[in-house]
Write a protein that binds this ligand. Structure first.
Ligand SMILES: [Zn+2]
Length: 424
């Protein structure tokens, strides 16, 4: 085994072929020397990852230590704006007793947001000057630039690195073949290089293939030999964009009527899957240079980015989050966990499942066991494919739960609802 960039046999380290930060699936191999592993991380891979933090957070990807991903956002609370606040989730703002945010209003008056007891320590602060806010009062906006995100020099270098390492991984290549790979390797090892081997795929079949087998945030990879005599790796990133990376020349390929390919899908939850497909005749996956293709695909990519992390409301999804609530219930009943903490500061992954099982158990006489869970849910909650709370509806439901908490009936409701949910 030698380094696939320099043939060094010493100091070999494990490379994350797709960086851990961009997938739940662990795809590693010890075939890159320490120097080159550090080089790709430091020169562009880390930069690409940081740019994607807000989306990594939405996909539920975590930092190496398992902590939720933090990102910089502009926080709006009513008429006030707090620029560049580092957040990860509602709890990072609502459940952090020491944290105080500061901004000024249009008259230059200082506005502070924080835990009441912390604010009261400030000179001149009195109880009547402090207003309560709830998580639904604020919104976090993170500004992104599609160009920077997907076709900056850093990103294209990182994409080329992923494609080359994956090609070596899948073909059991365990050293650097300078005859074959000098072009791509010299690009990967020169962060200043402009002349890159990456294009964007505009081929409808490839987009359809990605959509059919992807879950939210999945990465798709396959390679093929083109009639132009090159081997390409196709990398569908998070179901949002598809890159085509030229790996090497390949002149000896015989094309047949139906050329069969294996595609690999690596999912956020750590699982992977595969799909086999064929290209009839002379294989060519249509692509264009990055600038041109991105201007063409910009609307599509933005739309896909905005939907990233959306979860289908399945029985499994509800069961997973209800289990967390069930685990917290003893603490809630003994008073060591507040209703806000139980509902993770209005996180939709908690509120939506609670609301759904509450409605189903209240209308248990309408539950039809000859139908699927989803059919029952759609009928009882009068929703179509997706269940979406409007902001007003969310406020109304949360207010009802807070009132139930005050009157001491919330625990009974949730226990009955869980019992009913388990019985169906
Ligand atoms: Zn090396």
């Amino acid at each position: 085994m030698k380094c696939i960039y320099c043939n060094s046999e010493s100091n070999l380290t494990v490379s994350d072929i797709i960086p851990y930060a961009l997938t739940g699936a662990k795809l590693k191999k010890r075939f890159v020397c320490k120097e080159h592993n550090g080089f790709t991380n430091d020169n562009y891979e880390n930069q690409m990852i940081r740019q994607l933090d807000v989306f990594r957070n939405r996909l539920g990807l975590t930092e190496r230590d398992g902590d939720p991903v933090r990102y910089k956002a502009e926080l709006s609370i009513g008429e006030y704006t707090f620029p560049s606040v580092s957040i990860s989730d509602h709890a990072s703002i609502m459940d952090n007793s020491k944290r105080v945010f500061r901004t000024t209003d249009e008259n230059g008056k200082t506005i502070l947001v924080g835990n009441r007891s912390e604010l009261l320590k400030i000179k001149g602060a009195t109880d009547d000057k402090i207003k309560d806010i709830s998580a639904s009062d604020f919104s976090a906006v993170s500004h992104t630039n599609i160009q920077n995100l997907f076709i900056s020099a850093a990103t294209l270098h990182a994409i080329a690195k992923i494609a080359y390492e994956w090609h070596c991984f899948i073909n059991d290549i365990e050293s650097f073949d300078s005859q074959k790979y000098s072009d791509i390797v010299s690009y990967i090892l020169n962060p200043e290089a402009q002349d890159h081997p990456v294009e964007l795929v505009i081929d409808a079949m490839t987009w359809a293939l990605m959509d059919q087998f992807s879950q939210t945030g999945s990465n798709m990879l396959f390679e093929y030999c083109d009639i132009d005599g090159n081997t390409y790796v196709i990398f569908g990133f998070w179901g949002v964009i598809i890159y085509k990376v030229r790996i090497c020349k390949n002149d000896n390929v015989q094309f047949i009527d139906a050329n069969i390919y294996n595609s690999y899908f690596y999912h956020v939850d750590g699982t992977d899957s595969g799909a086999i497909f064929a290209i009839h005749g002379n294989p060519k996956i249509l692509s264009e240079n990055c600038d041109q293709a991105l201007s063409r695909l910009c609307g599509e990519i933005k739309d896909r980015l905005s939907k990233l992390g959306e979860r289908d409301i399945t029985k499994e999804y509800i069961a997973k989050h209800i289990k967390t609530i069930e685990d917290l219930l003893p603490k809630y009943k003994s008073g060591t966990c507040s209703i806000a903490q139980l509902l993770d500061f209005e996180h939709e992954d908690r509120v939506v499942p609670v609301y759904i099982i509450e409605q189903l158990s209240c209308n248990s006489q309408n539950y039809d066991t000859s139908e699927t869970f989803t059919q029952n849910m759609q009928r009882n909650l009068d929703c179509k494919d997706k269940f979406i709370f409007t902001k007003d509806k969310l406020k109304e439901v949360l207010q009802r739960y807070v009132d139930m908490d005050k009157s001491g009936t919330f625990a009974d409701m949730i226990e009955n609802a869980i019992a009913f949910f388990r019985s169906i």
